[in-house]
Design a protein around this ligand. Structure first.
Ligand code: TIU
Length: 287
């Protein structure tokens, strides 16, 4: 069990039942000429979330723990965009209109892509969502069930809109949710501050928040305690099999476990493992 020094109290999670969910780190919300700016927002605030989100991504990738990205996007014909969403207010460009990064919030357009610093790595799931919440009209719920996820670590933009909506949806579905404070931003600093407070108020009514340093410290402490044990290597192998859809044959299992215990890095092993069942080529280390 990893124990993070969080608010309103410690957030405890089992790594084999945990995923990172990075909400909408898209050019349309972060870069000039995108959806966020067309709504009249000061996009300069978004920059602060990029580095910490990347650090979190690196951490989960190093551990081989699942990473899920979301994007707020619509179909080319806007068939999944309620007219009320497109027509509300007086933005300089509406959803589907052409801007400097292509059509606003349309799947496949440059503006709808995730910024390069946080781009999905091979094997990471990307969920396109037509709403603010990532569970609405997507298969996120089914995916989390398949992965056996019970706890979610959150990052992304914007704090009080898509991040908070998704956290609330997840909380109602029984997930334990931790928002990393530096890895999220709002166009309105006061809304970010208020959201962090309301999430953790009333004994964690929606979930927990924690600074990135607390999360990193908790992982280091857990790694130090458990990576040398045989049990932990076993749980990593089981987790890898579930996440990557791999089947490791019984003969190979002790070798794989020994390698993971020695290198303390499940992800490196997974990435170097040939996908073909070529036993000659399979070992990337001395057995
Ligand atoms: N406008 C705003 O703050 N956010 C959104 O519309 N979407 C997300 O938060 N991703």
């Amino acid at each position: 069990m990893v124990r993070v020094d969080a608010a309103p109290f410690a957030f405890e999670f089992e790594p084999e039942h945990t995923a990172l969910i990075v909400i909408d780190m898209q050019r349309d919300f972060i870069e000039p000429g995108g959806f966020g700016e067309t709504l009249g927002n000061d996009i300069s605030h978004m920059e602060r979330a990029i580095g910490p989100t990347r650090q979190l991504l690196d951490l989960f990738r190093k551990k081989g723990w699942p990473v899920i990205h979301t994007r707020e996007t619509h179909a080319e014909d806007l068939s999944d965009c309620p007219p009320a969403k497109r027509e509300r207010g007086t933005p300089s460009l509406r959803i589907g209109d052409s801007g400097p990064m292509g059509r606003i919030l349309i799947r496949g357009e440059p503006g709808a892509e995730i910024i390069s610093a946080c781009a999905p790595a091979p094997g990471e799931t990307v969920i396109d969502k037509p709403g603010k919440g990532a569970f609405y009209a997507t298969d996120l719920g089914a995916l989390l069930e398949r992965l056996g996820v019970r706890s979610l670590v959150f990052a992304g933009v914007t704090t009080e809109v898509c991040v908070q909506t998704t956290m609330r949806e997840a909380n109602d579905r029984g997930y334990e949710c931790l928002l990393i404070e530096e890895a999220t931003e709002s166009y309105f600093p006061e809304f970010k501050a208020a959201t962090l407070k309301m999430i953790r108020a009333q004994g964690g009514i929606v979930g927990w928040t924690a600074p990135l340093a607390s999360f990193e410290k908790a992982i280091s402490a857990w790694t130090g305690e458990s990576m040398s044990t045989e049990f932990d290597a076993k749980s990593h192998v089981a987790h890898m099999e579930k996440v990557m859809g791999l089947t490791i044959e019984e003969d190979w299992r002790p070798v794989v476990e020994a390698h993971i215990a020695a290198t303390q890095n499940a992800a490196e092993f997974v990435l170097s493992f040939p996908l073909e069942d070529d036993v000659e080529a399979a070992p990337v280390f001395e057995a």
